[in-house]
Design a protein around this ligand. Sequence first.
Ligand code: HEC
Length: 122
Amino acid sequence: MVGRPPTLAILLAGALACGSVLVGALACGSGEDPGSSATALAKRGKAVYQANCIACHSIDPSQDGGVGPALAGSSLELLQAKVLRNEYPPGYTPKRTTGNMIALPHLEPELPALAAYLAAGE
Ligand code: HEC
C-alpha cells in the first residue's frame, strides 16, 4: 500500500520521459527536410571558408583576422565581387583598402554556401 503510489509515479514519469523523447525524435524528423538543406549549405560553406579563407581571415568570421577583416554577414553580392573579381559592389565601402586579397574565381560554385555560412554570423 505504502509502496504503490511511488511505483505509479515512477512508471508515469518513465512513460512521460519516453513520450517526450519520442515527440522530440518525431519533431526532429519532420523538421529535417527544410531545415537540413539550409544547414547543409551553411555547413558546406564553413568547410569552404576554413579551407580557403582562414589563411588571412579569422577562423571566427565575426572577428578580424590577421590580414583580412571580419566577414560575418557578407552578402552574396559582396562575395561575388570580391572573391571572383577582387572588386566591390557599386557604392560599397571596403572595410580595409590594403589590396592584399587575391581573387579566387574557382570558388564561384561555392559562393551560395559561403554566403549561407557567413549569414549565420558564427
Ligand atoms: C591572401 C589572403 C586572403 C585570402 C586567402 C582571402 N582573403 Fe578576403 N580579404 C583579404 C584582405 C587583406 C582583405 C581586405 C581588403 C584587401 O586588402 O583586399 C579581404 C577582404 C575581403 C572581403 C571584403 C570585406 C569587406 O566587407 O570589406 C571579403 C568579402 C572577403 N575578403 C572574402 C573572402 C573569402 C570568402 C575568402 C575565402 C574564399 C577570402 N576572402 C580569402 C585577404 C584574403
